[in-house]
Design a protein around this ligand. Structure first.
Ligand SMILES: [Zn+2]
Length: 315
């Protein structure tokens, strides 16, 4: 039933989006409010008295005269784009289940594909950092998966060369309904990488179910209970009820990635996974995704590639 609720819930309609986030003034006011919830405070001296330098869109401290841009030190500082285009990008990125290609995003925003690609990856970076520190808890289904080649996200070809390995973990309720998901690129499927993943991403109280892939035994290094379910291989494995949700999630990732993106280079994989994970974990409240992503964007420093490391476990 949970799945149907998600499928049929209303997202934010385009007219509603326009009403809330349609103008540069609205978006700017939101960013200013997120940046300084209790009113402007000078980052230099802490002073609150200020004037606005309207022509350059700056706050000027009345005490030390320092000028501060509301977007300095946020993800929005990295481009010269109007904020309303950033918000529109958030809309397209969060409200569609399948994600959106940079070509399509560029078309909708009226910017080049390169610009659209940059915006998208900055926002994905925010999503990645947002979810990096939370851990799954309770019952968890876990599986190995691979992106790359012609069969993105699929399970086939375990360990095949040229594919980027990642681990998919789904926290479920005791009744087996999905709660949260974690998707992390691994350097490779070895005990070392699995143990590092488990320590970072799983609460020690987790009860983890996996198939017989030997390196999954390293989950116990994180203090979790680990149960192996022999599944055999092929279609039979997919039907095993213990792995229902991790298999469903992997199927969805596969169709999202192959439907939207043609090729994904290994170094970008963590951010594609982060995008999927972010949407999945917030699927019950589509409308809140834009303010939540905006809040996170204001708090995220624009530092390309640094965050990729957060998502990769092992050597
Ligand atoms: Zn000051």
């Amino acid at each position: 039933m949970a799945r149907n609720m998600v499928q049929f819930q209303k997202g934010l309609s385009e007219p509603e989006f326009d009403r809330l986030y349609g103008t540069e003034e609205q978006c700017r006011a939101i960013v200013v409010r997120l940046r300084w919830p209790d009113g402007f405070a000078c980052p230099g001296c802490g002073g609150t008295r200020h004037s606005l330098v309207m022509t350059r869109d700056l706050f000027q401290c009345s005490d030390c005269r320092r000028q501060t841009s509301p977007i300095a030190g946020t993800i929005f500082a990295s481009t010269k784009l109007p904020l309303r285009l950033w918000f529109r990008a958030m809309y397209h990125l969060t409200q569609s289940k399948q994600g959106i290609s940079s070509i399509e995003l560029g078309r909708r925003l009226g910017v080049t594909q390169t610009t659209a690609w940059k915006i998208k990856h900055k926002l994905k970076q925010v999503m990645l950092e947002r979810d990096a520190k939370t851990r799954l808890t309770g019952r968890v289904e876990i599986d190995d998966a691979y992106i790359g080649g012609e069969r993105s996200g699929g399970k086939r070809g375990r360990g095949a060369s040229g594919k980027t390995p990642f681990v998919a973990a789904v926290q479920t309720t005791d009744e087996g309904k999905p709660v949260r998901i974690k998707l992390r690129r691994l350097a490779q499927f070895c005990s070392h990488a699995v143990a590092a993943f488990a320590k970072r991403s799983l609460d020690p109280a987790c009860e983890v179910v996996s198939d017989g892939l030997r390196c999954f035994a390293a989950i116990a290094d994180a203090g979790c209970t680990h149960r192996v379910m022999k599944t055999g291989s092929g279609p039979k494995a997919v039907q095993t009820p213990a792995f229902k949700w991790v298999n469903t999630a992997l199927g969805n990732i596969k169709s999202a990635l192959t439907g939207t993106y043609r090729a994904i280079s290994s170094k970008h994989v963590p951010r594609y996974l982060a995008e999927f994970e972010y949407r999945f974990n917030r699927r019950f409240d589509l409308k809140a995704m834009i303010p939540r992503l905006a809040t996170a964007s204001v708090k995220t420093q624009p530092m390309p590639y640094r965050l990729l490391k957060l998502a990769e476990e092992g050597a």
